[in-house]
Ligand binder design. Structure first.
Ligand code: ADP
Ligand code: NI
Length: 214
């Protein structure tokens, strides 16, 4: 396996995500990568597995690449091109399949490495970046920012969640405010606590301004 593999993976995802502005752009992957490395170092996880799994976690995402979602075809061909051992490759593909948020169908990854990458991916959905991503996603999917007549739904499964036409503010109640309690590692729990508080303060301010209170 060549030692430039991490740099090559960064170049590969830069190319794949060059034209995505839906919240799954290259910089999302790069932030997940950096955060996953921070978590992995503190939690004592295998660094190379975490680096590659973080970089490749979205390349076969069902929304971006439905034809390779099942097989993890893009991740597999990248890893094969770089002579990654079969066992490491399987672990990385397993992680890619485990980490996505799917409402009540969400799973806890089996490996410590998967837990680190899932935490990093979820941390990118909350806090200041999470707020920006939510409104960017809402805009790109023609969703209303907020509508008091659209109630939010809790307890959705994976399919309901993907089909939901809710507003962006509802998304905070349907997903984002739940993520803090779903972190796997102590490192991520501490970071999530601060990001969650920031996001809740933001939504409180949003409603105050909406009502003309201040
Ligand atoms: P994952 O990273 O688990 O694949 P998604 O693809 O569901 O997550 O979401 C990508 C980004 O878009 C996240 O920041 C998420 O909060 C945001 N997002 C997803 N669904 C909605 C929605 N209905 N309204 C607003 N933001 C959303
Ligand atoms: Ni992601």
């Amino acid at each position: 396996m060549d030692d430039r593999i991490v740099d090559d993976a960064i170049a590969y995802v830069r190319e794949i995500f060059a034209h995505d502005y839906s919240g799954h752009d290259f910089f999302h992957t790069l932030r997940v990568y950096k955060m996953a490395v921070t978590i992995a170092e503190r939690e004592g996880a295998d660094l190379l597995t975490v680096q590659l799994a973080a970089l490749l976690h979205d390349v076969d995402d069902v929304k971006l690449s439905p034809e390779t979602h099942e097989s993890k075809g893009k991740a597999v061909s990248f890893l094969q091109r770089h002579d990654v051992p079969q066992e490491t490759m399987e672990k990385i593909c397993q992680i890619a399949g485990e980490i996505s948020f799917a409402g009540t169908d969400t799973v806890v990854p089996q490996s410590l490495e998967g837990k680190c990458v899932q935490d990093a991916d979820r941390l990118d959905a909350i806090g200041a970046i999470g707020i920006a991503r939510a409104f960017a996603y809402g805009g790109s999917h023609d969703r209303a920012m907020y509508d008091p007549d659209v109630p939010f739904k809790e307890g959705m499964n994976g399919e309901d969640y993907r089909k939901s036409l809710s507003t962006t503010v509802n998304h905070f109640y349907e997903k984002l405010f739940h993520l803090r309690a779903m972190m796997n590692t102590d490192t991520a729990k501490a970071i999530a606590k601060a990001r969650d508080a920031y996001m809740r303060a933001y939504i409180a301010e949003f409603f105050a301004e909406w009502e003309g209170v201040r």
